[in-house]
Design a protein around this ligand. Sequence first.
Ligand code: 4AD
Ligand code: MG
Length: 463
Amino acid sequence: METRRIAEILKQAQPDETVTIGGWVRTKRELKGFAFMEVNDGSSMANLQVVLDPQVPSYDSLLQQINTGASVVVTGTLVPSPGKGQRIELKATSVTLYGEADPETYPLQKKRHSFEFLRTIAHLRGRTNTLGAVMRVRNACANAIHRFFQERGFLWVHTPIITANDCEGAGELFTVTNLDLKKLPRNEQQGIDFSQDFFGKRAYLTVSGQLEAEIMALAFQNVYTFGPTFRAENSNTSRHLAEFWMVEPEMAFCDLDGDQDLAEAFLKYIFKSVLDSCLEDMEFFNQRIDNTVLETAENIINNEFGRITYTEAIELLEKADRKFEYPVEWGIDLQSEHERYLAEELFKKPLIVTNYPKDIKAFYMRLNDDNKTVAAMDVLAPKIGEIIGGSQREERLNVLEERIKQMGMLPEDLWWYLDLRRFGTVPHAGFGLGFERVVQFMTGMGNIRDVIPFPRTPLSADF
Ligand code: 4AD
Ligand code: MG
């Protein structure tokens, strides 16, 4: 079935061309002696207007059976459109109806639905304007991410999803088990030690591909991962998912300055790419969701990010003309209210905060000469807060071993990670970008559950 895509037809096709399209009916209107259907095929926000007249075979029965949500393949001739808002329309010569959609039960009738409601029909919500635009922007953003790294000679490495390590050391792990609980009666399920249950060993779903990316960087110099990661944190916020995608570049012979430069160039590149390739969708978000998204994108592309140290951030927060819910003092982990104040109100642009206290950061971050802080960086975005977390890694064997012990972890568990410091160690750095957070930032969508096709959170993972 040779169908053409509606986005391409609306842009390039000329009157008199014969085309075939396939899609889902958004609306149908019957007038005297003819009818209109608006058809959408997901290629863009725009619908193609199809005109039907009684010469179309089975005209009467088609009109009875076609409703909002029905799937059709239409062949016809393009003609200039007399209506406003579109250059051409399709005069149908034949219509095949593949699937009806009962107007009594099809949930997506022509009206505005709340995002909460749409989440309950994740299998159908891709057919709405907003979720359609989100998925196209998400795709464009993923594509830009690969192009950015490929153009710079980074190797895309595939790190495991099942792993024995807790990279962040935060204990937010989902255990993987080969045990079939369905075969065990409930009373025998108690007391099972799931920590030994991946064929007799312990295994978890990865929280980050970083440690494995470090292995690869110490052979290939510049690498990146882009894959799903999992966090068993019981956070029901509009910024947290239990399953999210993360992009993690890792560079050998690189320090914290190089890491910040890469993060800034990277964000600028993906915003510019998405504006170039998805302008229509971005304009839609600007009109319907958040009227600052276009301005924000331009701001990111054209202005330098702010850069301050954690200690300077604390000073700025202490000087702020307001009281925060969570009291500010040197040593605290910055809360979302602090991050948003800094990025949104004070700097009004993305802000990179560096050199956090060692006690609130992961074991692998490089200890600074002050012995109090580590070479960490977080990129904070207006409205979202942290979208990137990264650091220069500890490359000195003895310092790293000491840190691992101090944090109550076992050096034996990380023997391979320590080996990298034994054999040909180099300064290296990297970061992790939360893919959904950046899509959220880009589109202005209020809830992270609406920028991933199938959100997994403590309260929802229906299918
Ligand atoms: O700051 P995080 O925990 O850093 C790491 O995992 C490092 N190992 C990355 C690295 O250096 N290679 O997570 C990185 C980013 C955060 O900045 C945030 O954007 C996102 O991942 N993130 C989440 N996104 C959605 N839901 C969650 N529960 C998230 N937790 C982190
Ligand atoms: Mg972080």
